[in-house]
Design a protein around this ligand. Structure first.
Ligand code: FAD
Length: 651
């Protein structure tokens, strides 16, 4: 399939509200980060007239921190967003300059597709895509507040969002659904050394105080504070690469998108990364600068999944820590030192990095900094990412307490789909933990909440062998097409792949060989003595040493037409026994998952077998399904049985 180039239609972008052709939209998305762009694109693909409002058009698609996409768990999310026709996978294929599959030593279910990105190219691609989507208008502006209708007597306690107001603009803009994706900008404060200033990201003002006030005071949402940070950017030519370890990318780049067979960057154009380590001198500088570092003084632990160098040396003194030197782009003069996020004063930052041998004469282009921001406790959301007590208000991305572009993109897409469903008067939709990592992510957020920035890991998914990066298209594209967020061309491609895989598996199943024949035809495969008299092609492929290509070379008339799917067929065969075992368990859970819990249940009037603690938790969280209730902390199996019986009886 041809790699899609950056699109260049400019007609729908407006820097001025007076250019808008309407004042009323189906969906308004606030924020043009990773969540906002996917939300806006998905809503428009669903057929909703959509407006994306963001502070600065040129920062749409900006990578605030590390220029990379994917990784273990995160790569699964990128593949799933792509399977639902989202943008980030194709953008990654266009902007990637160093591709690798992480975790290759483990099974393919937990491989992590990852790419180092060219910042400029990534932004260009996302902006080009948005410009090409019909029914989507992009407006530069800062949203000052939400328009909120007070609860009606019919629906006491439930507000309704009806639109937005913009800073310095008199007329509001109305919509059926509003998706807030303001990232680290809600009451954002930036920290460098002893200096604190308002900001959502360096160079960008925070969101207006009105927005925070409305969320907390008018809508009564529980809001918490989280922090994160970013490293200084280093001038590439000041680095002594001879003192670092070269880490070349994969020899053959693997695209993220199911629609691409290759990446824009050719094998020989890939840019390498380097690995280096901290020294005792780094620890000394951290200790000496502690009294000058108010970000770390307030919380020495910092975020667990992207900790600062200060937290790392304070928690693990005496250790040497990895620092990856990663390119920021093909033509960029800068390097991103992953692992050196810091908030000490700039002069101390320079001292610190020069304690690392490869950086002994390094120059800093821009210092590292920390950011602290408000997030909305996500247990207040439904599995459609809509605020339970406020109709029409959807939240996605870092505002829900997550960290990372991939987590933001996944939520954004799903919030966009649901915002469109509401606007188009179709019922909300959810994804379950048994069918996708997006389902796992959303379920974790809305059922368990967060106490620190949440990032995806493969260990969070119970059915890892079924939710693989290689089969996201088969799991999600048909569902996305049915919903309306997947284009016909992608759907047709997914169906072609599905049919071919089914035919190939039937051919493999029909190919049976006695053990003696296996030894004769496939001498390198160590078929065990104890095996049944005959083995099918599927069973043979479960042998590590046998590839589909080899099998097809022995039986070309039966298998060679499926060579395009060699890797997928090998993975299908290896995981077939696990998936067969999981199938029953998944069916049981899906039944439970789908049992709808009415939102008006009076948990305090339920039978006495339910504990007071369980009632309070259920009343506060109001899970939408029995499956969601099962996973709430404090809800025992006995409580689930009581609830199940009650709902069955009530129905
Ligand atoms: P963002 O990408 O932040 O986008 C928010 C958008 O909303 C921006 O375009 C902003 O202009 C717009 N906006 C905000 N308020 C308004 C308003 N009122 N009106 C209109 N537009 C508005 N992730 C990691 O995985 N690892 C890391 O180490 C890491 N470190 C980070 C360090 C820093 C300093 C920052 C800022 C982020 C870091 N991240 C890190 C997080 C990563 O950047 C985010 O998770 C991701 O960008 C979140 O996407 P988002 O769409 O939710 O928000």
């Amino acid at each position: 399939m041809k790699l899609q180039p950056v699109r260049t239609i400019h007609s729908l972008v407006s820097r001025c509200i007076s250019h808008l052709s309407r004042q009323c939209y189906d969906v308004i998305v606030v924020g043009g980060g990773h969540a906002g762009t996917e939300a806006a694109a998905a809503a428009a693909r669903m057929g909703a007239e959509t407006l994306l409002v963001t502070q600065k058009i040129h920062t749409i698609g900006a990578l605030s921190c590390n220029p990379s996409l994917g990784g273990v768990g995160k790569g699964h999310l990128v593949r799933e967003v792509d399977a639902l026709d989202g943008l980030c996978g194709r953008a990654g294929d266009w902007a990637g300059i160093n591709f690798s599959i992480l975790n290759r030593s483990k099974g393919p279910a937990v491989w992590g597709p990852r790419a180092q990105l060219d910042r400029q190219r990534y932004r260009e691609f996302i902006q080009g895509e948005l410009r090409s989507i019909s029914r989507l208008t992009v407006l530069e502006g800062s949203v000052e507040d939400l328009l909120v209708a007070e609860p009606s007597p019919d629906e006491p306690g439930s507000h309704r969002v009806t639109g937005i107001s913009l800073e310095n603009v008199l007329n509001p803009i109305t919509a059926s659904s509003v998706v807030l994706t303001t990232g680290t900008f809600l009451s954002g404060s930036i920290f460098v050394g002893q200096t604190t200033s308002p900001g959502g990201r360096i160079g960008d003002a925070p969101s207006s105080a009105g927005l925070s006030h409305t969320l907390k005071e008018r809508l009564g949402l529980r809001v918490g504070r989280l922090r994160t940070g970013t490293p200084p950017r280093i001038v590439k030519e000041s680095v002594d690469f001879a003192l670092a370890e070269l880490h070349p990318p994969d020899r053959r780049p693997t695209p993220f998108s199911f629609m691409n067979t290759h990446t824009r960057c050719k094998v020989e154009e890939q840019v390498p990364c380097y690995l280096t380590y901290t020294t005792p001198g780094v620890e000394r500088v951290v200790q000496e600068s502690l009294h000058l570092n108010c970000h770390i003084q307030q919380d020495t632990k910092g975020p667990r999944y992207c900790p600062s160098i200060e937290s790392r040396v304070l928690r693990f003194p005496g250790r040497s820590h990895q620092v990856w030197l990663e390119p920021e782009g093909v033509t960029s003069d800068l390097l991103y030192p992953q692992g050196l996020s810091m908030t000490m004063p700039p002069e101390m930052q320079l001292r610190l990095i020069r304690e690392i041998p490869a950086l002994h004469r390094a120059e800093i282009h821009s210092p590292g900094y920390g950011v602290q921001y408000d997030y909305v406790c996500p247990t207040q959301l439904s599995s459609a990412l809509q605020v339970k007590t406020t109709q029409g208000l959807f939240l996605a991305g870092q505002i829900n307490g997550t960290t990372g572009y991939e987590e933001a993109a996944a939520q954004g897409l799903w919030a966009g789909v649901n915002a469109a469903c509401r606007a188009l008067s179709t019922p909300p939709v959810s994804l379950s933990r048994t069918e996708s990592y997006i389902g796992v992510l959303i379920d974790d957020l809305v059922c368990r909440g967060v106490t620190e920035p949440y990032r995806m890991f493969t260990s969070r998914a119970e059915f890892r062998t079924a939710l693989r990066p290689d089969n996201a298209d088969l799991r999600l594209t048909p569902k996305g097409y049915e919903l309306g967020c997947v284009s016909p061309s992608r759907y047709q491609e997914a169906m072609r792949v599905q049919r071919s895989l089914q035919d190939a598996m039937a051919a493999l199943q029909a190919l049976t060989l006695s053990t003696a024949r296996c030894r004769e035809k496939l001498p390198d495969v160590r078929v065990s003595e104890s095996k049944n008299a005959a083995l099918t092609g599927m069973e043979l492929l479960q042998y590590k040493e046998l590839s589909f290509e080899t099998l097809a070379s022995v039986f070309p008339e039966r298998l060679s037409s499926y060579l395009e799917f060699s890797q997928r067929l090998k993975i299908e065969a290896v995981y077939k026994p696990h998936c067969d075992i999981n199938k029953k368990e998944i069916e049981r859970i899906q039944k439970e998952e789908n049992m709808f819990l009415p939102q008006d249940i009076d948990y305090f009037s339920l039978p006495a077998s339910l504990s007071q603690e369980a009632r309070e938790i259920l009343d506060r969280v109001r899970p939408t399904t029995l499956g969601a209730a099962t996973r709430l902390e404090g809800i025992t199996p006995a409580a689930v049985v009581s609830l199940y019986n009650y709902v069955q009886f009530a129905e």
